[in-house]
Structures are given as structure tokens and as C-alpha cells.
Write a protein that binds this ligand. Structure first.
Ligand SMILES: C[S@@+](CC[C@H](N)C(=O)[O-])C[C@H]1O[C@@H](n2cnc3c(N)ncnc32)[C@H](O)[C@@H]1O
Length: 276
């Protein structure tokens, strides 16, 4: 099938729709990228033109396609132990202080962590790995690890827990041996062990809205997603996320996410670490 090019005005309409649905402000320079990603959806749905696809998305019959549309548009790049210093902090100073608080009766024997734009799960499984390595200090604790994302497709991958070599590039050999199994059916793929899967749960959630039905978290990871939002969306997202953090809890952002000005009421402890 031959596809027409995405015109300037159609691109603008899709940009506005993406913003309305997700808060993501697609840059005007991304016309070719958006056209390529939409083309995949046209192929998949058998719809011939961008114009007809736009109409379909806005019709009652197209409601289920909206999720696929957002899946195609979002950038899901992630990998295990991205920004290793942050996970050294988690297994080191953070856990030391929390274990001491528990020992002195200042905190219950529980730890709740939310990976708030989890993509296919590498971030949350990295957290699970670190906590497993400290299992000896966490005996009898209630550990609750939640991963959420706007995209249903990446959450399915997270639940399956199967990854290729690229995603594992920063995982040390000893960790790989302890927490991953090579797939018998595909030697290029690795699956996280059941004990890590059991520690995690996954939910679809749009960060533009408050997270409902969850107790406050001790730590929230919100990494490499804010770059897609404009200031209005950033403000909304950060308000929603901070509301889900307990007083004294930590927010971990990406090392290059510029967010300090939206985080009133927190103390900056490291360039990427804020305490409520
Ligand atoms: C680049 S990935 C970051 C993954 C991981 N946090 C990391 O740093 O490696 C960004 C993720 O944000 C998700 N996302 C984008 N807009 C969102 C929104 N409004 N609500 C929830 N997730 C969103 C995308 O689907 C994508 O999986």
C-alpha cells in the first residue's frame, strides 16, 4: 500500500491530540518521526489516510485504538541499572537510614517504591534486584513495588519480564547469573527469575491524573519522562506524583530532568534526588 505524506496541518492536529491525551508536547521538528510511527498504525488498522485515521481515533468505534496510537507515539527506551549511582544510593545510604529508622521504631517494617513511568519494567526490576541483594536486612518486611505507564504494550512486556542483550548491558555477570535465566527457545533473550516477578505489580496510569487507591510511597522514581512535557504538564505531573509520596520520602528523577523549580516543599539532596 502507498501512503501519502503527513501534511503540516495534519501533523498539527495529531500534535494537539497527543497533548490532550497524554500531556506530551511533541516538538514541531518531529514531523517525520510522527509520520513514520503513524504509518505503522495505518498498516495495522488497514486505514488508508492520516485524515481517516484521525477521524477514526475521534469516533466511538476508534476508542480502543487510542491506546495503540499512544503506544506508537511514546518513546520507551530504557535499560537495567540506568544511572547506576541512583541504585547505589538505594541499596546504600537510603536503605541504611531506613533500616535504622525501623530498628528505632520510627518506621514500620515496610517499603513501598513506585516506578512512575516504568516503560517495559527494567527500572522496577533493577530496584527489585537491589532489594533482593539486601534481603538479609529486610526479613519480615512488607515490600511493595509498583510499576505504571501510559502504554499498555510496554506493561505487557514488563509482566513477561523477557529482555534482550541490549537491555542487560549494564548488568554485572554475577547479577545476571543470580537474577536472569537464558530462554531455552531463544538464546538472545533473558527472563527475570520468578522471585523478582513476585515482588512487582504493574498498572496502567496516566501521570496527568492523580494516582488513586494507593498508600503513600517511600520512594518514587520518575525518570526520563518529564522531557516530553511542557511546563504546564510538568507542573501537573509533579503535583500528582508528590501527592503520592509520604513526608520524608524521596523522589528520584533523571540526572538531566530539569525539575527543581516545580518541586517546592522538597529539599534537593543530590542533583537528581529530592526529599519531601
Ligand atoms: C523513556 S521511557 C523512561 C523509562 C524509565 N523510567 C527510564 O528512565 O529508563 C518514558 C516512558 O514514559 C511513558 N509516558 C509518557 N507519557 C506518559 C504519561 N502521561 N503518563 C504515564 N507514562 C507516560 C512512556 O510510555 C514511556 O514508557
Amino acid at each position: 500500500m502507498e501512503f501519502e505524506t503527513l501534511s503540516e496541518s495534519e501533523f498539527e492536529r495529531f500534535r494537539n491530540l497527543i497533548y490532550r491525551l497524554s500531556g506530551i508536547r511533541v516538538q514541531p521538528t518531529k514531523q517525520v518521526l510522527v509520520a513514520n510511527r503513524l504509518r505503522r498504525r495505518l498498516k495495522e488498522t488497514g486505514i488508508a489516510t492520516y485524515e481517516a485515521y484521525y477521524r477514526f481515533l475521534n469516533s466511538p468505534e476508534g476508542r480502543t485504538e487510542v491506546a495503540n496510537f499512544l503506544d506508537a507515539i511514546t518513546t520507551n527506551e530504557t535499560y537495567f541499572f540506568r544511572d547506576p549511582t541512583q541504585f547505589e544510593w538505594l541499596g546504600g545510604p537510603f536503605l541504611d537510614a531506613l533500616v535504622s529508622d525501623v530498628a528505632h521504631g520510627r518506621h514500620p517494617k515496610s517499603l513501598r517504591i513506585w516506578s512512575a513511568a516504568s516503560s517495559s519494567g527494567e527500572e522496577l526490576y533493577t530496584i527489585a534486584t537491589v532489594l533482593r541483594e539486601h534481603a538479609g536486612r529486610l526479613g519480615g518486611w512488607r515490600i511493595d513495588l509498583l510499576g505504571t505507564d501510559l502504554s499498555g504494550g510496554v506493561l505487557e512486556s514488563a509482566r513477561a519480564g523477557q529482555y534482550d542483550q541490549r537491555a542487560l548491558r549494564l548488568v554485572e555477570p554475577k547479577r545476571r547469573a543470580n537474577f536472569f535465566r537464558n530462554l531455552p527457545t531463544d538464546a538472545t533473550k533473558w527472563e527475570v527469575v520468578p522471585e523478582l516477578k513476585k515482588m512487582t505489580r504493574w498498572k496502567k496510569h496516566n501521570l496527568m491524573f492523580p494516582l488513586a487507591a494507593e498508600e503513600p510511597f517511600d520512594v518514587i522514581f520518575l525518570k526520563n519522562v518529564l522531557i516530553y512535557f511542557d511546563n504546564d504538564s510538568k507542573e501537573k505531573v509533579l503535583r500528582n506524583v508528590l501527592a503520592a509520596l509520604r513526608p520524608g520520602g524521596y523522589l528520584v528523577v533523571g540526572p538531566t530532568d530539569a525539575v527543581a523549580k516545580f518541586l517546592e516543599g522538597t529539599t534537593r539532596e543530590r542533583p537528581w534526588l529530592f526529599r519531601k
